[in-house]
Design a protein around this ligand. Structure first.
Ligand code: HEM
Length: 496
């Protein structure tokens, strides 16, 4: 073989090797890409043209078992299925892991989605709608403030004051509507914590306007004068004017930087150009949306479940009376740390959150194609993470429809199967406050009164509430007598 022929042979081998490598790489990449996109669009049905499955969803939501819409489809298609709801193709997740992934994803994958009337009322700069660094900043500032021991101590003092003031007027055998009563108390606490307003004329004005404002949250998205949405927008304008006046006064008085007593102080102090007066006042109103209703409903549902579960009520009374006695021996009131460490009371609140599902789920919209656990979610589709189905899943919670605070004794609350406050970057910043306020309310009720609950039932849509406002007939306790120790029996007394 001549040297030229040998050279050509070598060249040929190199060419073949290179071609094979290039082809193999292309094929490998294609395979990888194919494997990446091999996730399946979840099974399910789009229902009727235009309306999709919305009517069935809404009619189930009005029933006592809103999750029946999901149950039927879970049996047919699995825990994650496709549907068409509120005008948008939607993936519904009743799978705890898939929902956790969605909640933990940032705005590169999913952004919040709300009905049009709600986004109109909230405005573009609302913390509930914005994404990216501004959302993180406001969430961080508000979250840190709400967690601060200083604020919790102040809220405990105020809450005790407002609760005792309200209960002072309760007469023996009087019917007390817990839903309304707790709303009145919580609104005062909330407004004081957000903008520093004390009860009085301006507070009453704000309350009146806020009621008008929220009446339009679930209205038709028509802004014509006289329409529900228009009236709500006008009410918001009046609230913004009042809050802007408060902000300006604070800016004038706080020149030298004083203590941060409320959320407005915190946002002003940050000094960022992005946090304009408009943005702060808008957000103070938007912060009231998730907080105003949910905490009173938490208290109301706790009373409902406890009324149906005498054993749990006795245990709660025992814990609270003992704590009160211990503190009064020291000549002190309960502090916020005492309330938060009443372990059975906290378990009652946790169980109420699980069964009550005050926020039954959260909607997000995919801003690009996303794959989760083998499920494909196309760009532009909505995803509903439905907590209620997870919280009432028999495979996760034994006898899931029974009110059983004892189940939390050694259970991990951080698991992804328990998300009443959401999760990830939008985890509710008010979760500690909600628990604290509910504990204080329960403490004063069970240590000072006995009651008999009237017949009432829960409505789940569009928001969770009691149809009759949860009336209870109260009787003031004569004297704090020691509660005999109880032993936990069988299921006797556990509410269904
Ligand atoms: C029982 C009471 C409450 C429940 C069940 C509740 C539930 C929730 C849930 C599920 C979310 C997540 C929303 C999402 O991911 O889009 C959320 C967010 C939020 N909650 Fe709460 N919440 C409660 C009380 C409060 C209170 C007392 C406050 C304030 C004082 C508050 C302020 C907020 C805010 C500002 C957000 C939005 C956070 C963000 O998007 O960055 N919540 N809440």
């Amino acid at each position: 073989m001549g040297p030229n022929l040998w050279k050509m042979d070598n060249l040929f081998i190199t060419w073949v090797a290179t071609t094979v490598t290039v082809l193999a790489t292309i094929l490998w990449n294609k395979l990888r890409k194919w494997r990446k996109t091999s996730a399946q669009l979840p099974r399910g049905s789009f229902g009727w043209p235009l309306i999709g499955e919305t009517l069935d969803f809404v009619s189930c939501s009005y029933s006592s078992r809103p999750e029946s819409f999901m149950d039927k489809r879970r049996l047919l298609h699995g825990k994650v299925f496709k549907s068409h709801l509120f005008g948008s193709p939607t993936i519904v997740s009743t799978d705890a892991e898939v929902s956790r992934f969605v909640l933990q994803s940032d705005a590169n994958k999913f952004v919040p989605w709300y009905p049009k009337s709600l986004t109109e009322l909230m405005g573009k700069s609302s913390i509930l709608l914005i994404n990216g660094s501004l959302q993180k900043r406001i969430h961080g500032l508000i979250g840190t403030f709400f967690k601060s021991p200083h604020l919790k101590a102040r809220i405990t003092g105020d809450m005790q004051c407002y609760v005792l003031e309200a209960m002072k007027h309760w007469k023996d055998d009087q019917l007390i509507y817990i839903q309304e009563e707790s709303k009145r108390i919580v609104f005062q606490i909330l407004v004081k914590g957000l903008i520093g307003l004390e009860p009085g004329e301006e507070m009453n004005f704000l309350k009146q306007q806020f009621r008008e404002f929220i009446a339009g949250l679930m209205s038709l998205p028509v802004k014509l004068p006289g329409s529900r949405l228009y009236k709500s927008l006008q009410a918001k304008k009046r609230m913004v004017m009042l809050i802007e006046k408060i902000i300006q006064e604070k800016r004038k008085n706080n020149k030298n930087g004083c203590t941060q007593r409320d959320a407005v102080d915190v946002l002003i102090k940050d000094g960022s150009d992005q946090l304009t007066d408009d943005l702060i006042s808008d957000n103070m109103i938007d912060l009231m949306i998730p907080a105003e209703d949910s905490v009173p409903i938490l208290m109301t549902l706790a009373i409902k479940y406890l009324s149906e579960c005498p054993l749990a009520l006795r245990r709660l009374e025992q814990e609270n009376i003992n704590a009160k006695k211990r503190k009064s021996l020291l000549g002190e009131d309960l502090q916020w740390t005492d309330y938060m460490s009443l372990s059975f009371t906290q378990d009652v609140i946790t169980e109420t959150l699980r069964m009550g599902n005050i926020i039954s789920g959260i909607m997000r919209k995919a801003v690009r194609d996303v794959e989760i656990k083998g499920h494909f979610i196309p760009k532009g589709w909505c995803i509903l993470t439905y907590f209620r189905s997870v919280h009432l899943d028999e495979s996760l919670y034994k006898e899931a429809y029974k009110f059983n605070p004892w189940r939390w004794k050694d259970k991990d609350m951080g698991a992804c199967s328990f998300t009443p406050f959401g999760g990830g970057q939008r985890l509710c910043p008010g979760l500690d406050l909600a628990r604290l306020e509910a504990s204080i309310f329960l403490h004063h009720l069970v240590t000072s009164f006995t009651w008999v609950a009237e017949e009432d039932h829960i409505i789940n849509f569009p928001t969770v509430r009691m149809k009759g406002g949860m009336p209870i007939r109260v009787r003031r306790k004569a004297k704090e007598s020691p509660i005999p120790a109880i032993t936990r029996g069988t299921n006797n007394g556990l509410a269904k």
